[in-house]
Design a protein around this ligand. Structure first.
Ligand SMILES: NC(=O)C1=CN([C@@H]2O[C@H](COP(=O)(O)OP(=O)(O)OC[C@H]3O[C@@H](n4cnc5c(N)ncnc54)[C@H](OP(=O)(O)O)[C@@H]3O)[C@@H](O)[C@H]2O)[C@@H](O)CC1
Ligand SMILES: [K+]
Length: 503
C-alpha cells in the first residue's frame, strides 16, 4: 500500500521535513533537480541536446532553474525562460536564479524561438491555486504544441494536484518526475493523461515526514495480494465462507452466473444463488457448483429471506434482479434482517435510490458498488459533477451513510466511512463491457464471506478484478474482452500469487 497525497498534505509534508526533521529547503530542491536532470540524461545522453526550461515564480520554478544549471554543467545546450515575475519570486527561486547566473547560465525573459529537443515545464507545481488564464495559458499552449520531448517537474502545470482537473489549460507531459509521493491528480483523469510516464523521486521526503498527517488516499500494489485470506492444508469448503448471491431475474440470468463464478474463482467455499424460478436450468448448467434457492411470486418472502440469511456469512444483492415488486420486497426484507456483511450493486442500488429511507434499515457493514449513473441516481447529482469530483463524492456518501462506497470509473474509488479512500490503478478499458460489474460483486462478496476486513475486501477486490482484466487483455486483447474473460483472468492472477508465495 502506498499513500497518495493532495497538495495540502504534500505541503505539510514538505514543512515537516524541513521544520521537524531539520532538512534544508535548498537541499530538497537540489535533490529534486538532480533527480529530474538524471531522468532527462537517461533518455537524452548526448550533451548536444537542446533543452528549454520554462520557469514560474514559485518553488517549482526554482526546481526548474536548478535543473537547467545541472544540465548546463554537464555540457547541455540549455535555455531558461523565466515566465514568472522576478520580484514576486520566492526566496528559494531567487537564490536558484542567482546561483544559475553565477555559474554562467543565461536566464531569458522572452520565450525563445529556437527549436529544442526537450522542454522542461517548471511553471507551476502543487502551488497552482486557480485557473490558468492570459499570458500563462498562452505559454502552456505554446510549450505543449512545440515539438520536443516534454518533461514536467513535480506535476504537469495546469493540472490540479487534488482532482486531476485541467485548470483552464495544462501542459501535456511525456514524463513527470514527482517528488516524495504520487499526487492524487496524477492518477485521476484527466490529469493522468497529462502526466505521461510517472517517476517518483526520493528527495528525502518519505512516510516518516507524514507525522500526524493521515493521507486521504491510498493505492494498493501487487505486494498487497499477500493480505488475501490464508488457505490452510487442514480445511474444508466451510473454512472459506458461505456467500449468498441474490441475483438475476427473468431474462437476466447472466448477472447471477458471473457473480457466482467469480466468487468461486475467488476462493469462496460455498456459493448459493437466490434467483427466480425461471433461471433454475441455466444456472444449473452454467454453474453446477452453486447451490440454488429459487423463488417466484407465490414465495413467502420473509421466510425465504430468513432461511437464506441464516445460512450465509456474507451477501451480494442486486445484480440483474430488476426493479419488480417481487425484487423490491425481497431486497427490503433482506436489508431489514441482514446481520452479516452485505454488498449491494446494480438494481439493489436503483431500488435504494427510490427508497432512501432504506439506508437506515441496514445494521450490518455495507458495501455499495455504483457506476457513475447509479451514483447519480443515489445522490441526485449530475454525472459530470460525479466524474469531476470522484473522490470527494464517494467520500461524502461513505461518511454520510457510514458505508463503504466503491465508485466505479476508469479509476475506481473505494471510500471508507472514516474519510479515507483507495484509488485503484489496475484494469483497462477492455473491462468496459457487460457483466464486468457482476464479476466484481462476486469477487468482493467472496472476500467478505472469507471474513476479510470490509474495507480491504472492497479495495482488494477492486484491485484483483482490475488485475484479472489486465490478464484477460493479455490473452484476448481489449476490444474482444468479455466478462467471462475477466473471470478466467482471476485464475491467472491467483495462480501467479500462489507461485510467488511458494518461492
Ligand atoms: N521545500 C519545498 O516545499 C519543496 C518544494 N518543491 C517544489 O515546489 C513546488 C511548490 O512550490 P510553491 O508552493 O512555491 O508553488 P508553485 O507550484 O511553484 O506555484 C506557486 C506560484 O504560482 C503562482 N500561481 C498559482 N496558480 C497560478 C495561476 N493559475 N496563474 C498564475 N499564477 C499562479 C503563485 O502566484 P500567487 O498565487 O502567489 O499569485 C506562485 O507564484 C512543488 O511543486 C515542487 O516543485 C521541491 O523543490 C521540493 C521541496
Ligand atoms: K510543473
Amino acid at each position: 500500500m502506498k499513500y497518495i497525497l493532495n497538495s495540502r498534505e504534500m505541503k505539510q509534508c514538505d514543512e515537516n521535513t524541513m521544520r521537524r526533521r531539520g532538512m534544508l529547503s535548498a537541499v530538497l530542491m537540489e535533490r529534486a533537480a538532480l533527480a529530474t536532470m538524471q531522468e532527462i540524461v537517461k533518455r537524452y545522453p548526448d550533451p548536444a541536446t537542446k533543452v528549454l526550461v520554462v520557469c514560474g515564480s514559485g518553488n517549482n520554478g526554482g526546481d526548474g532553474v536548478a535543473v537547467a544549471r545541472l544540465l548546463y554543467l554537464k555540457g547541455y545546450n540549455v535555455t531558461i525562460y523565466f515566465a514568472g515575475n522576478r520580484e514576486k519570486a520566492t526566496e528559494e527561486t531567487k537564490r536558484q536564479m542567482f546561483i544559475a547566473e553565477q555559474y554562467g547560465v543565461e536566464i531569458s525573459d522572452e520565450y525563445p524561438k529556437d527549436i529544442v529537443d526537450v522542454i522542461v515545464d517548471a511553471l507551476f507545481g502543487i502551488g497552482l491555486s486557480r485557473e490558468v488564464t492570459g499570458k500563462y495559458a498562452e505559454i502552456l499552449q505554446k510549450m505543449t504544441e512545440q515539438d520536443g520531448y516534454k518533461v514536467a517537474v513535480d506535476i504537469a502545470s495546469g493540472i490540479s494536484a487534488d482532482t486531476g482537473a485541467v485548470m483552464g489549460t495544462a501542459f501535456a507531459a511525456d514524463l513527470t518526475v514527482t517528488f516524495g509521493f504520487i499526487k492524487a491528480g496524477q492518477l485521476l483523469y484527466p490529469g493522468a493523461e497529462y502526466t505521461g510516464e510517472l517517476k517518483v523521486a526520493d528527495i528525502g521526503i518519505d512516510e516518516q515526514s507524514l507525522y500526524e498527517i493521515k493521507p486521504e488516499l491510498k493505492v494498493l500494489e501487487t505486494s498487497d495480494l499477500k493480505r488475501l485470506p490464508r488457505r490452510v492444508n487442514r480445511s474444508n469448503k466451510g473454512s472459506y465462507g458461505k456467500l449468498l448471491i441474490l441475483a438475476g431475474s427473468k431474462q437476466m440470468a447472466g448477472a447471477a452466473v458471473f457473480a457466482a463464478k467469480a466468487a468461486y474463482r475467488m476462493g469462496c467455499g460455498l456459493v448459493r444463488v437466490a434467483t427466480v424460478e425461471e433461471n433454475r436450468i441455466i444456472l444449473q448448467e452454467q454453474v453446477p457448483e452453486a447451490v440454488l434457492a429459487v423463488y417466484n411470486n407465490g414465495t413467502d418472502v420473509v421466510k425465504f429471506v430468513e432461511t437464506q440469511l441464516h445460512w450465509a456469512d456474507a451477501v451480494v444483492a442486486g445484480p440483474g434482479i430488476s426493479q419488480s415488486d417481487l425484487s423490491e420486497r425481497m431486497l427490503y426484507e433482506l436489508l431489514k434482517r441482514i446481520q452479516v456483511p452485505c454488498l449491494c450493486d446494480a438494481d439493489a442500488l436503483n431500488l435504494l435510490s427510490k427508497h432512501p429511507d432504506w439506508w437506515k434499515l441496514v445494521q450490518s457493514p455495507l458495501v455499495i458498488t455504483p457506476h457513475l449513473g447509479e451514483m447519480a441516481r443515489l445522490t441526485g447529482r449530475p454525472i459530470t459533477e460525479i466524474r469531476d469530483r470522484l473522490v470527494q463524492i464517494a467520500q461524502e456518501f461513505a461518511m454520510e451513510h457510514q458505508i463503504t462506497v466503491v465508485l466505479k470509473d476508469a479509476r475506481t474509488i473505494t471510500a471508507q466511512p472514516d474519510g479515507q479512500s483507495y484509488i485503484n490503478v489496475s484494469g483497462n478499458h477492455g473491462m468496459a463491457t457487460a457483466g464486468a460489474g457482476d464479476v466484481l460483486s462476486g469477487v468482493v462478496g467472496a472476500l467478505l464471506a472469507q471474513k476479510l476486513d470490509i474495507y480491504l475486501a472492497a479495495a482488494l477486490g477492486v484491485f484483483i478484478h482490475g488485475l484479472a482484466g489486465d490478464a484477460a487483455a493479455e490473452r484476448v486483447g481489449h476490444c474482444a474482452m468479455m466478462a467471462s474473460d475477466i473471470v478466467d483472468g482471476l485464475m491467472d492472477v491467483l495462480r501467479k500469487q500462489e507461485d510467488t508465495k511458494r518461492q
